[in-house]
Design a protein around this ligand. Structure first.
Ligand code: HEC
Length: 218
């Protein structure tokens, strides 16, 4: 016997031991007595490959059961949950610390990206700001928003605050915070900052005091 045929016969023996298939032609040895309307049944043994798989799952289930229910120091779903929630909360806090301008009104800075300015411009029309401040922000019922004079304070924070809380009672500038989201109010305020120094067609006469703070930050 050469090496090849030795290997083949080893493989054959292995397959046979894993399947324990009954020899063809001798089925009547394991034929059961029952006859179900002409259908007969062979009493084959369970194939060992299947049986071993079954034993392995039993072994794993015992290991799993003991680990989950009696080794709760190491594998506790409750603890795992608590740890992950704590990690999540810490990540949220860290994000707040890293991005203060997104969460704390005291830290708002003017947005400068085109998309935000464009969004602010759209909102200025869609939220009817133009009705009182005009398309070019020159002012009519409301004051000119392009000049250096501000009634309620210039700079991103004051402007954001005015949009949120409104102007002086009875003047017509309502508090918009219930209607316009925080992000949109920042976009509106950033658009107004962006429009500083532009020349409206019919600017309304200056009202209020000249604002000298840093317009993008203060
Ligand atoms: C019904 C008219 C009206 C509408 C609509 C309106 N405003 Fe005004 N706005 C005013 C008036 C009037 C004032 C002045 C308030 C005061 O004197 O206290 C003002 C003031 C302001 C100021 C402060 C100006 C300053 O000199 O301090 C800002 C900023 C402003 N408006 C932005 C907006 C934005 C943004 C919108 C749209 C969401 C808007 N306004 C919609 C009438 C309006």
């Amino acid at each position: 016997m050469n090496k090849n045929s030795e290997q083949i016969s080893w493989w054959r023996r292995f397959l046979k031991s894993m399947t324990k298939a009954h020899e063809l032609g001798t089925e009547k040895d394991i034929m059961l007595d029952h006859d179900y309307d002409g259908i007969r049944e062979l009493d084959n043994v369970l194939p060992p490959w299947w049986l071993y798989g079954f034993y392995i799952t039993i072994a794993i289930s015992i290991f799993y059961y003991t680990q989950v229910f009696f080794n709760s120091e190491k594998y506790s779903q409750v603890k795992e949950y608590a740890t992950e929630v704590a990690e999540g909360k810490a990540a949220v806090e860290q994000y707040k610390l890293d991005n203060p301008e997104l969460f704390d009104d005291a830290n708002i800075v003017a947005l400068t990206e085109d998309t935000n300015i464009q969004k602010g411009k759209e909102l200025f029309t869609s939220k009817t700001c133009t009705a009182c401040h005009l398309d070019d922000l020159g002012g009519s019922i409301g004051p000119n928003l392009t000049d250096k004079e501000w009634i309620l304070g210039g700079g991103i924070k004051n402007i954001f605050n005015t949009i949120a809380k409104g102007g002086r009672p009875g003047k017509g500038m309502i508090a918009w915070e219930a209607i316009i989201s925080r992000e949109e109010r920042i976009q509106l305020a950033s658009y107004i900052i962006f429009m500083q120094g532009t020349q409206p067609a019919n600017p309304k006469a200056p009202e209020g005091d000249v604002w000298t703070g840093n317009k993008s930050k203060n």
